[in-house]
Design a protein around this ligand. Structure first.
Ligand SMILES: *Cc1c(COP(=O)(O)O)cnc(C)c1O
Length: 366
């Protein structure tokens, strides 16, 4: 009997996530010196992690023989102290992606529907399909979530609705007041997930505050990550915050030691280094301006972004991606998001942005 005959049908049809290529892979494939390659493909922090987070991770590694605290007690205490809410209103995951999967475990079966924007972060679709549920993709309007159309797409079978603000791959955000009013008006039978992976890059007054909705018992959850502004993508740590009842359900379906001790220690220290995160946000705003100025000079179109990346219209996205990569600049082709004419570029250091613009000039010249 073929192995395939034993496999659940949803696994055989499951699309495969294609991550941004690691620098080492590109260096090997193209015979380039890794030191000359820059990766602006996965929205990683070009300033790295806070030195305080690195120091805390090293200390934690000294006790690598011990299992981690499965409940992430210190990190949840720290999150409660920094953001408010009770420690029992936070769940920590192996990246916020794990929490998206936990939501699938808790809520999704073959009868259910999941609503999200198109294009939006691809993991919503992958998790929906993994649990055999139905994808309901609502096209963006002017590059933003069309919240009214998303509400209209909700049926009695809808369980989950995802909104990423800022969204990936667009870098655009919906307004805080608009999002809050929309969330308040959602029907009782859906859980709304607000993916806030890039929230720390927003000006505080433009970021939505979910806490008042959580306080009145609405079925909402916010997702945040240490992978972006905190520069800890390799350690895999993110968190969700919601009512204690929802958090308890998610805890039931997670692995006992889902987040390692090194990541937990680094995350606590990262939250303590407010100055570092603020510096990264400031540098990012300057970087966005630098890239926009350069793109304007090149006559290229872009989607104005409030995140740490942006979409740039280059004509043939696959060709320009290849041409940039051959010259040691890794960006992200976004054909999988239905945007074959665009690439997504992460904001780098000023020198990296300059290099990106120079290579873009060459790669798009015809
Ligand atoms: C990068 C990103 C995440 C973060 O995922 P982690 O698993 O925490 O690394 C989540 N949502 C969106 C929209 C992202 O772009």
């Amino acid at each position: 009997m073929k192995l395939e005959a034993l496999v659940k049908p949803s696994v055989l049809t499951q699309p495969v996530y294609e991550p941004g290529k690691p620098i080492e892979d590109v260096a090997r494939e193209l015979g380039l010196d890794p030191a000359t390659i820059i990766k602006l493909a996965s929205n990683e922090n070009p300033w790295g992690p806070s030195p305080k987070a690195v120091a805390a991770a090293k200390v934690a590694l000294e006790h690598g023989e011990l299992y981690p605290d499965g409940g992430c007690f210190k990190l949840r205490q720290k999150l409660a102290a920094v953001h408010g809410l009770g420690a029992d209103q936070y769940i920590v995951g192996n990246g916020s992606n794990e929490i998206i999967e936990l939501l699938g475990h808790v809520f999704l079966g073959a009868e259910d529907e999941v609503v999200f924007g198109g294009p939006a972060f691809v993991v919503y679709k992958l998790v929906t399909l993994l649990f055999g549920a139905k994808v309901v993709e609502v096209p963006l309007k002017d590059w933003r979530h069309d919240l009214d159309a998303m509400t209209r797409a909700i049926t009695p079978r809808t369980k989950l609705v995802f909104v990423a603000s800022p969204n990936n791959p667009t870098g655009t955000a919906n307004g805080a007041a608009e999002l809050a009013a929309w969330a308040r008006a959602l029907p009782e039978h859906v859980v709304a997930i607000f993916d806030e992976a890039y929230a720390e890059y927003l000006a505080p007054e433009t970021a939505m505050d979910l806490r008042p909705l959580i306080a009145v018992g609405r079925k909402v959850i916010g997702l945040r990550t240490f992978s972006k502004i905190y520069g800890l993508a390799s350690l895999r740590v993110g968190y969700g915050y919601a009512g204690a009842e929802l958090v308890a359900l998610l805890n039931r379906v997670r692995q006992p030691f889902n987040v390692n001790a090194i990541a937990q220690a680094a995350a606590v220290a990262a939250l303590d280094d407010r100055e570092f995160a603020e510096k990264c946000a400031r540098e990012n705003r300057a970087g966005l301006t630098q890239i926009e100025t350069g793109l304007k000079a090149l006559g290229l179109e872009w989607v104005p972004s409030v995140a740490n990346f942006m979409l740039v219209k280059v004509g043939d996205g696959a060709r320009v991606f290849g041409a940039l990569q051959a010259r040691g600049v890794i960006v992200r082709p976004v054909k999988v998001y239905g945007l074959p004419e665009w690439v997504r570029v992460t904001v780098g250091t000023p020198a990296q942005n300059e290099r990106l613009l120079a290579e873009l000039a060459t790669a798009t010249r015809r």
